[in-house]
Design a protein around this ligand. Structure first.
Ligand code: NAD
Length: 431
């Protein structure tokens, strides 16, 4: 199998010294005493949309990277994409010729996975979202890479715990969830599976900082992690309102665009992202979150193949398969819907993540701002609306539409304790 050594790996240090076996009756726990600075070589599995972006980002940050795929044409395509992107930086004067060349020199591409991982400190997997495939690959790469090597997955919806289930040392497996397009999106969710060690999560957190990106720590392996875990709630909720025949997409979107300032509204956003993409993430979430049910209209759109802009039709029509802002949105339609109902559903889920120690309020807001271009974080918004008003709206939603959205006990407790948000100088944050 061909290997394309753009540059030989830099000399790899021995990292055995960093391993501290920890004996339990039938099990040797691997405690990785590694620092982000000890990561000298990285292997990325998959040269597709995410894999090539992850490879480029590591190389831009100074790391030698080997990008692996199953066929030569795939690695070459990934490399072409990287060259195109770096060429744009060069053209715009954001990169010197010397830096451009140095970045490319740090990238090696290969179809020989065994050779690529033989001496590597970190493997980041970005192969298709199929659990059995990832499990098979993780068992294999664990067996064939050095003991100290950290195994990260870029999965967007599979539990890290499940991806790690075929490994002997799940404490070395961690979620490292990049956003697309990777080179431009700075946020990275670091997710701990049930058995991920703190040391491993900390190394990956610090490494992400060394990449010049913004890590957030997701302490528990919850469905959708932080970003999707919050964002999917309002998207599913608006779908359920359509199912109930209470409102139309045009009314909801007129309100969310004209009154809330969301550039694409909610159904417009679904059409832009791809209804199938949201449906697939929601499918995982609805099987794992008790009481959460998929909006039927999303399922129907997927069955009909009306997936949004990419198929020319979703909730709206998009001529030439290019997303187009519907002309029907109007103030008159906007007046038929209170867009804060959508907002409070997202806040409720964010409060649940805080209550369950999944993430800190600061990390939640950082994720939502950087991940979705929100001008204000979800919890800062809650504080500015007033938590008493948030609870009141959620009680209305639960009574009128769906009991699933009743206010989380944390929100009720905060109101009881007088932590009402900005007006009380204390809510999720201090003012
Ligand atoms: N697309 C997104 O916006 C996005 C965002 C965040 C996370 N993710 C996750 O990242 C992962 C990859 O997604 P993508 O959009 O880059 O997919 P993709 O289809 O563009 O790329 C996947 C690549 O993996 C390769 N591959 C398959 N089996 C392999 C193996 N055994 N070893 C090495 N390479 C192999 C494929 O040939 C393909 O080139 C998925 O888990 C996805 O859920 C995707």
């Amino acid at each position: 199998m061909p290997v394309y050594p753009a540059q030989q790996h830099q000399a790899l240090r021995t990292t055995e010294a960093h391993l501290l076996p920890f004996h339990k009756p039938n099990y040797t726990f691997i405690v990785i005493r590694m620092k982000a600075e000890d990561v000298k070589h990285i292997t990325v599995l998959g040269a597709g949309l995410m894999g090539h972006g992850i490879t480029q980002s590591f190389a831009q940050a100074g790391f030698p990277v080997t990008m692996v795929d199953i066929k030569d044409e795939f690695v070459q395509k990934g490399l072409e994409n990287i060259k195109w992107s770096l060429g744009k930086f060069l053209e715009k004067g954001r990169l010197s010729q010397a830096d451009h060349d140095a970045i490319l020199n740090r990238i090696t591409v290969s179809t020989d996975r065994d050779a690529a991982i033989k001496e590597t400190d970190l493997i980041v997997e970005a192969i298709p979202e199929i659990l059995s495939l990832k499990q098979e690959v993780f068992a294999d790469i664990e067996a064939k890479s050095p003991k100290h090597t950290i195994l990260a997955t870029n999965t967007s919806s599979l539990p890290i715990t499940d991806v790690a289930a075929t490994t002997k040392h799940p404490e070395k497996v961690v979620g490292m969830h990049f956003f697309s397009p990777v080179v431009r999106m700075n946020i990275v969710e670091i997710i701990k599976g049930e058995k991920t060690s703190d040391e491993v999560a900390k190394v990956i957190y610090a490494l992400t900082e060394r990449m010049g990106k913004e890590p957030v720590m997701c302490n528990k392996d919850v469905p959708g992690f932080i970003a999707n875990g919050i964002q999917m709630f309002p998207l599913n909720f608006v779908g359920q309102l359509i199912d109930m025949g209470k409102f139309t997409p045009e009314e909801i979107d007129s309100a969310t665009t004209l009154k809330l300032g969301l550039p694409m509204g909610t159904f417009g956003l679904l059409d832009f992202v791809g209804i199938d993409v949201v449906y697939n993430v929601l499918k995982f979430m609805t099987t794992r979150i008790p009481g959460m049910k998929m909006a039927k209209c999303l399922e129907e759109k997927v069955q009909k193949g009306e997936l949004g802009a990419k198929t020319g039709k979703g909730f709206y029509v998009h001529p030439g398969n290019r997303w187009q802002r519907p002309t029907i949105w109007s103030q008159e339609l906007a007046d038929k819907f209170d867009p804060q109902l959508v907002v409070v559903v997202g806040i409720n889920r964010a409060a649940e993540l805080v209550a369950d120690n999944v993430a800190s309020p600061a990390d939640i807001d950082k994720t939502m701002k950087l991940g979705f271009n929100q001008p204000v974080g979800t919890l800062e918004l809650a504080d500015s609306l007033g938590l008493d008003a948030v609870v009141e709206k959620l009680e209305f939603v639960a009574k009128e539409y769906n009991d699933f959205y009743k206010p989380h006990p944390l929100l009720k407790k905060m109101v009881k304790d007088g932590k009402l948000g900005m007006k009380a100088k204390q809510g999720f944050f201090k003012y």
